[in-house]
Design a protein around this ligand. Sequence first.
Ligand SMILES: Nc1ncnc2c1ncn2[C@@H]1O[C@H](COP(=O)(O)OP(=O)(O)OP(=O)(O)O)[C@@H](O)[C@H]1O
Length: 243
Amino acid sequence: MTTPLKLHKVIKRYGERVVLDVDQLAVKGGKITTVIGPNGSGKSTLLRIMALLLVNDAGYLEVLGETVKWQKQQLLRLRRQMSMVTQTSFMFQGTVDYNVAYGLGVRKISEKAVQNRVAEALEMVGMSAYRAADAHTLSGGERQKVAIARAVAIKPRILFLDEPTSNIDISSAAEIEKQIKNINKDQDITIIMVTHNLFQAKRLADEVIFIHEGHIIEQGGQDLFTKPQDLRTAAFLRGETVF
Ligand SMILES: Nc1ncnc2c1ncn2[C@@H]1O[C@H](COP(=O)(O)OP(=O)(O)OP(=O)(O)O)[C@@H](O)[C@H]1O
């Protein structure tokens, strides 16, 4: 799948206000795309629409080769092929094992296969030693790793990350960044990640999208960081206010 996600003339409004207005967007399959932009520019809104958690008001999406009709059966089928990790992850009452296995319960796979997937996912994030731990006793960084394991255990085709490391320290964030890269490479999962951390965006991005006031101003590869084409992108990357 070269383009697992496409948006065509997608608009999202809250009341009268247009908060997202994307003419065309194509996300490259098997790559890590980072989404950057000022506060309130529409990054999370874009991510939530792409993850089929929020309905657009105009335009349409193509997800994993299907035009999204927002019809129940199709939504279920498509959502089962994607997962999301947010800034602070909810842990269910129970062990780490239980939390990672959570999304697998509704899938028709054997108990043995569930155990294998959980073990594999925890290994990927370096949390194998915590399998039997109570999830509510974990630190913030550990929770995020378990949340990533839970998201990966379902073997999604697209993984959405909304500021997954913004509440954790630099060294845990660095570990998670490494794990994100490995997940993308080894599991061939398309990753779309919103981050406020420009250094992180640069370290992880195969592709980057700069969004401002609901519009995609620029999309490109690593060149976008070094040779931005738009004055607003350049200003944002310099840490200046974007007008
Ligand atoms: N449920 C809602 N009702 C009304 N307005 C909303 C709602 N959700 C988001 N907005 C508005 O939409 C705009 C875009 O919000 P969004 O969260 O997508 O931005 P963002 O780029 O992710 O911001 P941040 O970097 O601050 O997290 C903001 O102005 C926000 O106030």
